[in-house]
Design a protein around this ligand. Structure first.
Ligand SMILES: Cc1ncc(COP(=O)(O)O)c(C=O)c1O
Length: 424
């Protein structure tokens, strides 16, 4: 028995899906200790948007360490943090005329969501948060209350209060509306909030992913998200966008909502923010809301992650021009073209996504599991998500070389064809 089987907690999960010991990684490839190479279509669940060991980032980090740069600083001011903040302001905020404040939190996504929920409750003096069916927002108690998945919620051990879930986007049943636009659900919510005898009061905030990643790559329409933003404004609730998995360029622009015409009050970022897999999380709060925080109220030891600031600054340089985002658009097209025949040939397959997050919904968790296993054997790392794990999710590094993208897609299509035939 390996040390992992002997001593690592039963909680381990991904190591069961990919039962080898990984040793090296570069850009979109990982190599196990026996030297077998794998193309990575998983990218650390959306962390490694700029690839494993991105050379610009590794050399910046090595230089920083060798010059005795401060590695840990709580939330003290450091040169590394200043450089990151100035770069973020110049590259991301100013061009969008965003005056949001940057709130660094403990370096995981769940911590960002916790902070966002606290702030929304503080600002509005309301307790309830509205999240959505199939949403995933993290595993600590506050964010877990907003996470929809029953398996994860079951581990809480205490009631998960003060969050209610409403249908996401055009999810059926859409209150009798057959158009699939989701508007009827929002109309229903509005009527409840407006009716003083409904027993339903407006929430502190609406919390959502524009594209539900773990929930099965569910893409809400622009119209639905805009209508939700209007509803939030009308009922005095905040709009919190959790861009933790689908931000940082994944959909073809820095924020997943750049083309949606909304102005979120709070934006949660994590995962890819530290550039090369070193952790960092940050909320962007509208300044009038941010004023509600008192110093240190949502503190945390690891809020001054210098190595993440250094690597993250390099990541932001990818947004100085359109080169990477143009590549994302091209690669997304390649991905969709390669997968399209699967949808045409199999009534049980549906493809969804935006930019370089694509879900292959194969209708059952068993099928998706077989596909993931067979892909792994064939040298492709890919994972499943969605209800019962029925969606195979493609989130390769945005920097994946064309040949590796093509090769990974060929493997996936071949394996999926065979699994569909075997399970027909
Ligand atoms: C949209 C979204 N929010 C929050 C989280 C939680 O992030 P973390 O696992 O870093 O706590 C995740 C993680 O997958 C996520 O995808």
């Amino acid at each position: 028995m390996s040390i992992f089987e002997q001593r690592e907690s039963n909680i381990r999960a991904y190591s069961r899906v990919y039962p080898v010991v990984f040793d090296k990684a570069f850009n979109a490839k990982q190599t196990d200790e026996d030297g077998k190479e794998y193309i990575d279509f998983f990218a650390g669940a959306g962390v490694l948007n700029f690839g494993h060991n991105n050379e610009k980032m590794t050399s910046a980090v090595v230089d920083y360490i060798q010059s005795n740069g401060v590695t840990h600083s709580l939330d003290m001011e450091t040169v590394a943090k200043r450089t990151f903040m100035e770069k973020f302001e110049k590259t991301i905020l100013k061009p969008r005329h965003m005056d949001h404040k940057m709130q660094f939190v403990g370096p995981t996504g769940t911590n960002a969501v916790e902070a966002a929920m606290k702030l929304a409750r503080r600002v509005t003096s309301r307790q309830e948060i509205v999240a959505f069916t199939r949403g995933f927002h993290g595993m600590t108690l506050g964010s877990l209350a907003a996470t929809a998945n029953r398996y994860f919620r079951g581990a809480a051990g205490v009631p998960l209060n003060h969050v209610s879930h409403y249908p996401f986007g055009c999810e059926k049943p859409c209150m009798g509306c057959e158009s699939g636009c989701g508007q009827a659900n929002l109309d229903h919510m509005r009527s409840l909030y407006e009716d003083v005898s409904s027993g339903v009061t407006p929430p502190a905030a609406f919390l959502l992913e524009t594209i539900q990643a773990e929930g099965g790559v569910n893409v809400a329409s622009k119209e639905w998200i805009q209508a939700l933003a209007t509803l939030a404004k009308d009922v005095g609730a905040l709009l919190i966008i959790d861009d933790i998995q689908v931000g940082m360029g994944r959909t073809g622009s820095f924020f997943s909502f750049d083309d949606l015409g909304i102005e979120p009050d709070i934006i949660c970022l994590a995962k890819g923010l530290g550039g090369m897999g070193v952790p960092m999380a940050m909320n962007l709060n509208k300044p009038d809301l941010d004023d509600y925080w008192s110093p240190g109220e949502h503190t945390g030891t690891f809020r001054g992650q210098s190595l993440s600031f250094v690597a993250g600054t390099q990541a932001l340089a990818y947004f100085d021009d359109d080169e990477l985002m143009n590549q994302v658009a091209e690669k997304a097209e390649v991905m969709n073209e390669a997968l399209a025949p699967l949808e045409t040939n199999h009534a049980n397959i549906q493809i969804r996504g935006k930019g370089m997050i694509i879900g292959l919904d194969v209708n059952t968790g068993e099928r998706a599991k077989m596909i993931v296993e067979e892909c792994f054997k064939a040298g492709l790392l890919i994972a499943s998500c969605g209800t019962g794990g029925r969606v195979v999710k493609l989130i390769p590094p945005l920097t994946i070389p064309d040949e590796e993208l093509q090769s990974g897609l060929a493997t996936l299509v071949d394996v999926t064809q065979k699994v569909m035939e075997a399970t027909a």
